[in-house]
Design a protein around this ligand. Structure first.
Ligand code: X8Z
Ligand code: ZN
Length: 599
């Protein structure tokens, strides 16, 4: 099977060599033939790569790592070669579909392998090892061996600052052993990106948004400026409540917030400390964590519930194979990658999720998020291979989040019997505060992770300064500090999944803007007249049809066209975030009177 694929590749190269060898300009027909061939070969290889990756991610051993690295190296080598070849058609007047495919071919790889023998294998080996090291990371605490899952539960539930600090530091002790591999990954990836004509890997990543890479960076700045005052308002309010609870010795009332006090290992979503910051006058009358347990939910029922939301808006149920092949809970007897993900193994119907699902509100939400990826994959499955993707990666992340915005409304929770009675307007502020702790707190984190990587890829940050640069950005964007001095060898960025896993992160920042644009547009379509945070699109088939039409486009058009198809808007705009949260932002401003905000 593999040798046939290699033989086919060789034929393809011979077929296209003569044009440039003769020095004559290739024709549009040759460009189209080249793209068709490349696309067919990449499509043929993909199910093999996907299966190798799936098996390694659900059963980490020396052997599965070896197998995955071999498959991804082959894919990287093939794709990078085609991406380099594609440059031959620069300036050829081709049809728009071929032009878009040529462009996507060059942007296909997150980290393209350099063009020399052994480089693709080394890159794949390092990448697989980094992901596996992170995923099997463990540390000792209180006489026990803890996994990241255990540590996350403690960060969410404990209110003992000494324990929080110890567990936070414990998990971050997995970082240093990844420094050498990470530095090598950055080197190889940069060499590969430069071979394709990009300044560095960061420039390659920023080129994925149908605009100039510098314009894209500026656009994320513009969006951040739109939401930054709201984030600072939230930061100020939360810091004051933490100070009320823990006192000056643990959390001063001015300056940055201690990163281990916010209920999440990376302080990226703060909803788990809602109990600490809830308004004295009127708190929330329910906790989704408790409701799920009380109503006897188990992981499968959570996923079934998620699926039912999508089918309620007209999408077809998941195939039987989804239930047979997904990994929904953590297996007891082997190492796996627990970080949640959604897969399409055969680029057709074989969709799956991989999660270590726990029965709590966070995972209830994550189930909806992951299924968003699967329903998107299903919707664009009939597109040509290179268009089987999101309009951009932020779209891919925003689909399930958009559904999640409805799925978390009390109205919906009552419709599906989780809540006996939906609370009235008196719970608007508690509800919005809970949402902001997750959605608004996330924004600066969503931005800073890749700001750090862009600096690493550009060479501005070196392995010696990985950690100081990380905390400089953590301070600048999020207003955070570590719970204590960091050891000289610390590599705290590596304690966040997407860094060792080499998954770009700006996508999540974008998704946190797009999802509110989708939500506002969908609520308009169904004729909703109330406040946006109480709107649920559950059961709205006409809206669902229009939504699915956007999903079916895949990556066939520049993303502004996909966005316009559903929302009528063709640029990212945080005004939908402001609309959704307006009552809360006003309320926070009043609560913060007399505080000296900022850090
Ligand atoms: O990684 C994820 C998803 C898989 S695409 C679970 N998310 C980011 C994270 O966990 O850091 C979703 C929110 C942000
Ligand atoms: Zn996702």
């Amino acid at each position: 099977m593999k040798s046939q694929l290699l033989a086919a590749t060789a034929v393809a190269l011979l077929a296209f060599a003569p044009a440039s060898a003769q020095g004559s300009k290739p024709t549009a027909a040759e460009a189209k033939a080249f793209v068709d061939k490349a696309e067919a070969e990449l499509a043929a290889l993909n199910p093999y790569v996907a299966r190798s990756a799936w098996v390694r991610a659900t059963y980490i051993t020396e052997d599965t790592q070896w197998l995955e690295a071999k498959a991804t190296a082959q894919q990287n080598e093939m794709t990078a070669r085609y991406a380099r070849e594609a440059a031959r058609f620069n300036g050829v007047a081709v049809d728009p579909v071929t032009a878009r495919k040529l462009k996507l071919l060059k942007l296909y790889l997150v980290s393209p392998a350099p063009d020399r023998p052994g480089a693709a294998t080394e890159l794949a080996t390092v990448t697989t090892r980094l992901d596996s090291t992170y995923s099997s990371g463990k540390f000792q605490h209180g006489g026990k061996t803890l996994t990241l899952n255990d540590a996350e539960d403690i960060l969410a539930d404990s209110r003992d600052p000494a324990e929080l600090k110890a567990v936070w530091e414990g998990w971050h002790s997995v970082g240093p052993q990844m420094r050498a591999d990470y530095a090598r990954l950055a080197e190889l990836s940069n060499e590969g990106a430069r071979g394709l004509g990009f300044k560095d890997t960061g420039a390659l990543w920023r080129s994925n948004y149908d605009m100039d890479p510098d314009a894209f960076a500026a656009d994320t700045d513009r969006l951040w400026k739109q939401v930054e005052p709201f984030y600072r308002n939230l930061h100020c309010y939360v810091r004051a409540r933490l100070n009320d609870k823990y006192g000056n010795a643990v959390q001063p009332r001015t300056g940055p917030i201690r990163a281990d006090l916010l209920g999440n290992m990376w302080a990226q979503q703060w909803g788990n400390i809602y109990d600490v910051v809830q308004p004295k006058s009127a708190g929330s009358s329910y906790s989704l964590d408790k409701l799920l347990v009380e109503k006897g939910y188990d992981p499968i029922k959570m996923v079934r519930t998620g699926e039912a939301f999508y089918t309620s808006v007209g999408m077809s149920p998941l195939p039987e194979t989804f239930w047979q092949r997904s990994m929904i809970t953590r297996p007891r007897d082997r190492e796996v990658v627990c970080h949640a993900s959604a897969w399409n193994i055969d680029d057709k119907e074989d969709v799956r999720i991989k999660m270590c699902t726990k029965v709590n509100g966070d995972d209830f939400y994550t189930v909806h998020h992951e299924l968003g990826h699967n329903f998107y994959q299903r919707a664009y499955k009939d597109q040509p291979f290179l268009f089987k993707n999101g309009a951009n990666d932020g779209f891919h992340e925003a689909i399930g989040d958009f559904v999640g915005l409805s799925a978390l409304t009390p109205t919906y929770l009552q419709q599906i019997g989780l809540l006996d009675k939906a609370p009235g307007a008196e719970e608007d502020i508690p509800f919005l505060l809970k949402m902001a702790l997750d959605k608004i707190a996330f924004l600066p984190f969503g931005l800073m992770v890749d700001r750090w990587r862009w600096q690493v890829f550009s060479g501005e940050v070196t392995p010696e300064t990985y950690n100081t640069a990380w905390w400089k950005l953590r301070n600048q964007y999020q207003g955070l500090m570590p719970p204590g001095d960091r050891p000289a060898d610390a590599f705290d960025a590596a304690a966040k999944y997407h860094v060792p896993a080499n998954v770009p992160y700006t996508r999540y920042f974008l998704a946190h803007i797009y999802q509110f644009q989708f939500h506002r547009a969908a609520c308009n379509q169904i004729g909703w007249k109330g406040p946006l945070h109480r709107c649920s699109v559950y059961g709205e088939k006409e809206m669902g049809q229009k939504f699915n039409a956007m999903l079916e486009m895949g990556a066939s058009q520049p993303w502004p066209q996909a966005m316009a198809a559903f929302t009528g808007e063709s640029r990212a705009d945080a005004s939908a975030v402001a609309d959704y949260f307006k009552p809360l932002n006003d309320w926070l401003t009043v609560q913060n009177k007399g505080e000296s905000c900022g850090w």
